[in-house]
Ligand binder design. Structure first.
Ligand SMILES: Nc1ncnc2c1ncn2[C@@H]1O[C@H](COP(=O)(O)OP(=O)(O)OP(=O)(O)O)[C@@H](O)[C@H]1O
Length: 320
């Protein structure tokens, strides 16, 4: 599989805050890479850097053969056809004064694309494909429910059949029952159109459902990256373990068996904890399992993401 997106040592500073601090990953053609972590870890910033809604402080973003990290808006425009984003909050990302029809016709207009059967028919097709009633063509965003608005946001992203869709917390603003429907829609559309996703979310269960591989982010860095099944069955980084232990398990029998890892303390502010492992202030392993010599290593040496074929982990003492 070829890499559609390749991100290397990406950094973004906002004033003194280093929101993204040396992130590297790839998304292969046809693949879904999940990017998961707590609020504030830099997921949204990464999504915006990759889609070049933000310009990186340093590092590179290579999309479909183009190194776009310094591209001007004019040079980006033709590539935007193939590189789309779905936002968390469809209310904020849809113009309240435009009808569904106008919103969905915009991508064709902006790119100067004339769909074979005409624009109106193309928009009606799109609406039907994402489960919206094409008769609601003249409705405004506020006349749709939250889930329907997100379907509209997805339809807009898919209008020009992109290669990569960056989904930035696409279901976290929705009710649980609606979340599952939208996640299933994203899965169906991916299979039908052969899409690749960078799927950004804080919810481990949602990420598991869609991803082929998963990257776990903590304070601006990727701390673990592995195949989905490997990561969920045998997490190696103490932070990944903690995130997984917080996933609700519906079956009480399973709940009994699972060891709970409690994270104590707040994460340090981004940009701080520059010396040593940035997770150690909350790390249950550091606190309970390591001897003084081992702890000293965590306190002085910044763990780098290993390049292990079975999965990469940025920890000096990962679980086997
Ligand atoms: N435009 C900005 N100006 C200043 N600081 C910012 C800006 N955008 C993000 N940050 C800071 O960068 C850090 C990472 O934010 P980001 O939104 O990328 O995290 P996140 O993991 O997506 O969290 P959330 O899920 O809450 O959006 C945070 O400390 C945030 O306050």
């Amino acid at each position: 599989m070829t890499d559609l997106l390749s991100v290397s040592d990406l950094r973004k500073d906002f004033g003194g805050v280093r929101a993204v601090d040396g992130v590297s990953f790839t998304v292969r053609a046809g693949e879904t890479l999940g990017l998961v972590g707590e609020s504030g870890c830099g997921k949204s910033t990464t999504a915006r850097l990759v889609t070049r809604l933000l310009e990186p402080t340093s590092g590179t973003v290579r999309f479909d053969g183009h190194e776009i990290s310094r591209y001007s808006e004019r040079r980006l425009r033709p590539l935007r056809r193939d590189l789309q984003i779905v936002f968390q909050d469809p209310i904020a990302s849809l113009n309240p004064r435009h009808t569904a029809g106008t919103i969905l016709a915009a991508p064709f207009k902006i790119q100067g694309v004339r769909p074979p059967g005409g624009q109106r028919a193309a928009v009606a097709d799109l609406m039907a494909r994402v489960g919206l009633n094409p008769e609601h063509y003249n409705r405004y965003p506020h006349e749709f429910s939250g889930g329907q608005r997100q379907r509209l946001g997805i339809a807009r992203a898919l209008a020009l059949r992109p290669k990569l869709v960056v989904c930035d917390e696409p279901v976290s603003a929705l009710d649980a029952s609606v979340q599952a429907q939208v996640v299933n829609l994203l899965a169906d559309l991916r299979d039908e159109y052969g899409l690749s996703y960078l799927f950004v979310a804080h919810d481990m269960a949602v990420v598991r459902h869609l991803s082929d591989r998963v990257a776990v982010m903590y304070l601006g860095r990727i701390v673990e990256l592995a195949d989905r099944d490997t990561l969920y069955a045998a997490p190696r980084h103490p932070y990944t373990k903690a995130l997984l232990s917080a996933v609700p398990v519906p079956d009480p029998a399973l709940r009994e068996r699972r060891e709970r890892v409690l994270l104590r303390g707040d994460p340090p502010a981004p940009g701080q904890a520059a010396v040593g492992c940035r997770f150690r202030s909350r790390c249950p392993r550091y606190r309970d399992d390591l001897d003084d010599t081992q702890r000293d290593r965590c306190a002085t040496e910044d763990p780098q993401l290993s390049d292990d074929p079975s999965g990469a982990v940025a920890c000096h003492f990962p679980s086997p």
